[in-house]
Design a binder for this molecule. Structure first.
Ligand code: ARG
Length: 575
């Protein structure tokens, strides 16, 4: 265990138990970074009341029990404990992380099976910016869980079934398969949908055909299913272009769209009805999970089968929970989906618990994704008011990045590669660095900037460290120290590096990649201070100092590289 905050928590807890009895052994010592020392512990303030002693007295008593401590502890003000760690301890711990393949990141024991439902665009429409965040956040969570040793099962719950497919298939027949395929592969799903919709609304004969087609699709008519496949395959090819561009880890094998559950829906309804979990209400089959009421105070239904016999979004999600628990053997299910669906998921989870399909040993969590806003503070749209195509948006980030690096003298191929990496880092990091449930303003200029808490800044920080090793013709793997701490920025950087393991564990456990972003940004900033004040390769630096500083460079590089990798942000060799 190297995270100083964790080490201190444990030490202070032991001191608490010795000073005031074991009933205080798991009081939170409230360790926080401090501007007067490395950390401060505020526990004396909260404990004083309960012990009926002055906070200063309590603080003194804790300090007296911290004598074998690898640092100094001072009582200040009304009863703060100011804690400063020994340089030797920090250096030794940093050396251990340097020698550790995993950089201090633990593995989850026993490993869990984590099902992650993410991305999930709708095939009947174009993949839009709303799906950008669900894709990017979900992919980072998948990487994090794999890194801590969990088994991850990705589930791309595509919207690939339902009544719109009647009119989509008829429209496909009208324009011909080759034209339809070309249009869908080019990402013009919205235009395709709108054209079909327009005919549906204005042309009675088309409407009748579309309705009949829904019937033949539901009944599994082979010819209709083939046409559905033609439509879906072309659409998925477009989604894959977007995934490729983004560098997300989703593959065709992860597709588990709504259509997959179709054969299970009747049994889903029957079982819910037989077990008494669902009841008929005004002709519809509904579950009424306790605690959910509408504005009129009446119980809110989760509709499992509509009064016309049709299944809906909730039916599929009920089937999906059962499948994920029973067949995929999930210990934990994460739904990375827009926060506007919060009520839906709360009801689905509650209904699944009622039915016994979601046992208490399995956790189901809605990782709520906040809306992306335009600079006007409203839902992000194009100037003409339409929703923005993901591919266009990604391309605009790459183009912007290209203009920023245009004067750096790279050949065209390298320039393209870097522009792509920077553009994707900008977009992905912007999504990840704010807490996933908050809305945020899409501001390309800010996202692509090389300064501030941005993806490109972090990419640049790691590229700069690589260039130090290139210049010195040193292999980073050969920079093994030993680490010795002298100057203040060295010490601050080393202390910062000790926290990597626990921040990765926390980001994973809490589904909060933004914690990792904040940590990496602080690390890059600490490195910048170090680099400005502590020469590494300059002549006159004594060999021991040089070896220690190179080791700090190498460790920072690995932390940044690994951390960015867990976010899915590409790390270019040079920039
Ligand atoms: N396709 C849905 C949408 O775009 C998201 C599906 C999320 N997953 C789920 N199991 N409902 O809103």
């Amino acid at each position: 265990m190297t995270d100083p905050q964790k080490v201190l928590t444990e030490r202070v807890q032991q001191a608490l138990a010795r000073a005031f009895g074991s009933e205080h052994a798991d009081a939170d010592p409230l360790i926080r970074p401090s501007q007067f020392a490395d950390f401060q512990a505020n526990v004396a303030m909260s404990l004083a009341k309960r012990l009926r002693r002055s906070p200063r007295e309590v603080a003194e008593a804790i300090r007296a029990e911290l004598s074998d401590f690898p640092g100094t502890v001072e009582v200040s003000g009304p009863g703060f404990l100011n804690i400063t760690l020994d340089d030797g301890w920090i250096a030794a711990e940093a050396g251990e992380i340097l020698a550790d393949q995993r950089l201090g990141v633990g593995t989850s024991t026993p490993p869990q099976t984590v099902v992650i439902d993410y991305s999930a665009p709708n095939a009947a429409k174009e993949m839009h910016v709303g799906h950008l965040r669900t894709t990017i956040v979900g992919d980072s969570l998948a990487r994090l869980h794999e890194h801590v040793g969990n088994t991850v099962i990705r589930q791309n719950h595509l919207g690939d079934w339902g009544t719109p497919f009647g009119m989509l298939i008829e429209h496909l027949l009208d324009i011909g398969e080759p034209a339809a395929i070309a249009q869908l592969e080019a990402g013009q799903g919205t235009e395709f949908y709108q054209a079909a919709r327009a005919k549906f609304d204005s042309d009675e004969a088309f409407k009748a055909r579309a309705r009949a087609r829904v019937g033949t699709l539901q009944s599994g008519d082979p010819d209709t299913l083939r046409l559905w496949h033609v439509f879906m395959d072309a659409t998925v090819r477009y989604f894959n272009k977007v995934y490729d561009m983004l560098g997300v880890t989703l593959t065709d094998a992860d597709i588990a769209g709504e259509s997959m559950y179709n054969p299970m829906l009747q049994k889903t309804c029957d079982d819910l009805e037989t077990s008494g979990t669902a009841q008929l209400s005004e002709g519809a089959l509904c579950v009424f999970p306790p605690g959910f009421t509408g504005s009129d105070d009446r119980p809110l239904p989760l509709i499992i089968r509509k009064s016309d016999g049709g299944y809906g979004y909730a039916t599929t999600d009920m089937a999906a929970v059962r499948y994920r628990v029973h067949d995929l053997k999930a210990d934990r299910i994460l739904y990375v989906v827009g926060s506007d669906q919060a009520l839906h998921f709360r009801m689905v989870f509650a209904a699944a618990r009622m039915a016994g399909w979601l046992p208490d040993t399995v956790s189901a969590e809605h990782v709520q994704i906040g809306m992306m806003l335009g600079k006007d503070g409203r839902r992000f749209k194009t100037r003409s008011g339409e929703s923005v195509k993901l591919m266009d948006l990604l391309q605009s980030a790459v183009d912007k990045a290209a203009t920023l690096i245009a004067d750096r003298g790279y050949d065209a191929e390298t320039q393209d590669e870097i522009a792509r990496a920077v553009g994707m880092a900008a977009v992905k990091y912007a999504d990840l660095s704010v807490s996933h449930d908050s809305e945020y303003v899409f501001d390309l200029d800010r996202m692509v900037a090389f300064t501030g808490n941005t993806g490109p800044y972090l990419q640049y920080a790691q590229a700069r460290i690589r260039s130090i090793f290139r210049k010195g013709e040193i292999d980073p793997a050969a920079a093994t120290g030993p680490i010795r701490l002298g100057a203040a920025p060295e010490r601050a950087l080393a202390l910062q590096l000790l926290g990597f393991g626990s921040v990765v564990e926390q980001a994973t456990e809490l589904s909060e990649p933004h914690r990792l972003c904040a940590y990496l940004y602080a690390t890059a900033s600490a490195f910048t201070d170090f680099f400005e004040q502590c020469p590494v390769l300059k002549e006159g630096v004594d060999p021991d100092t040089r070896a220690s500083r190179l080791a700090l460079c190498a460790l920072t590089l690995r932390v940044l590289e690994t951390g960015l990798g867990l976010l899915g942000v590409p790390v270019p060799e040079r920039m």
